[in-house]
Design a protein around this ligand. Structure first.
Ligand code: PGA
Length: 254
C-alpha cells in the first residue's frame, strides 16, 4: 500500500484528481468506480474544473457507483444517484448510458446485484476504484463483519453509519436501514484502488486500516491485500499512524 500525506483537504482533492485525469488521458475509455460522501466532494469539484478549464473529457469514460440506499425516492437529495448527478455527472460530458448506478428501488434486489456484477465484468472490470472510509472501517457499505470475499449485495447499516449519514436527512425516520453495495471482493478485483480520508476523526480508523491486522471487523483493512492501492490522507487522517515518518520519506511504492 502506498501512503501519500498531504497538508490539507484541498491538496488531497488535487492529488486524487490528478491521478484520475492522468488515467483518463492515457486511457480515455477507462472504467472508474466512484464513491459518495463528504470526503470526495472537493475531488469531484476539481474534476469538473479540469473538464471546464482544461478540456478533460469523460466522453468515453464508464463509471460504476459504489453503493446506494434502498427504498429512497429517486430524486431524494440523499439518494446517491442524485448526489452523483449533482456533483459530477451533470457537469461533465459523460454519456449517461456509461454512468452506471445501483438501483435501490429495484423490484428484485438480488437480480439487481447480480446484473451489476455482470455489467462490471462486461465493461472489462474496474480500472480504478475510488473509495472513502467510514469511521467504523467500512468501504462502500461493507459494514464491520462483512465477508472479505463478498460481492454486490444488500447490507443492513450499522448505528454508526446511520448517525454519520443523518445530516443528509431532514427527518431521521426517513433514513433507510438497508443499502446495496459492491462487496469487498468486488472492490478488491479493481485493477487499482485509491482511498481518500480527511480529518482527525478518521485517524484511528486509518491506523487500523493500514497498520492493523486484516479483519472483517475493519473491512477497509482488506485493501492491504491489494497490489495497487494508494491512500491519500490529509495531516489529520494521518495523525495516528505509527510509521507516519516512514511513509512521508517517500520512495517506496507499496
Ligand atoms: P464521508 O463518508 O466521506 O462522508 O466521511 C465516507 C464513507 O462512509 O465511506
Amino acid at each position: 500500500m502506498r501512503i501519500i500525506i498531504e497538508p490539507d483537504a484541498a491538496a488531497v482533492a488535487v492529488r486524487a484528481a490528478t491521478r484520475v485525469a492522468d488515467l483518463i488521458r492515457r486511457s480515455p475509455a477507462c472504467v472508474l468506480g466512484l464513491p459518495t460522501g463528504t470526503t470526495p466532494l472537493a475531488f469531484y469539484g476539481e474534476l469538473v474544473r479540469r473538464h471546464r478549464e482544461e478540456g478533460l473529457t469523460f466522453s468515453r469514460v464508464v463509471t460504476f457507483s459504489l453503493d446506494e440506499y434502498i427504498g429512497l425516492p429517486r430524486h431524494h437529495r440523499a439518494n446517491f444517484t442524485a448526489y452523483m448527478r449533482r456533483n459530477l455527472f451533470d457537469h461533465v460530458d459523460i454519456d449517461p448510458a456509461n454512468a452506471r448506478v445501483l438501483d435501490g428501488r429495484a423490484e428484485d434486489l438480488l437480480v439487481a446485484c447480480e446484473s451489476y456484477e455482470a455489467a462490471i465484468r462486461e465493461a472489462g472490470g474496474i480500472d480504478l476504484q475510488i473509495l472513502g472510509i467510514g469511521s467504523n472501517g467500512h468501504i462502500g457499505f461493507n459494514e464491520p463483519g462483512s465477508s472479505l470475499g463478498s460481492r454486490t449485495r444488500v447490507k443492513t447499516l450499522t448505528r454508526e453509519t446511520l448517525e454519520a449519514n443523518a445530516p443528509s436527512f431532514e427527518d431521521p425516520d426517513e433514513i433507510p436501514r438497508l443499502a446495496i453495495t459492491m462487496g469487498v471482493g468486488t472492490i478488491l478485483e479493481a485493477r487499482s484502488c485509491l482511498l481518500l480520508a480527511l480529518g482527525e476523526e478518521k485517524a484511528l480508523t486509518i491506523r487500523d486500516m493500514i497498520e492493523g491486522p486484516i479483519t472483517a471487523q475493519v473491512p477497509a483493512s482488506a485493501l492491504q491485500l491489494h497490489p495497487d492501492m494508494i491512500a491519500i490522507l490529509d495531516e489529520g487522517a494521518a495523525s495516528r499512524l505509527l510509521r507516519r515518518d516512514y511513509y512521508s520519506s517517500g520512495r517506496h511504492k507499496s
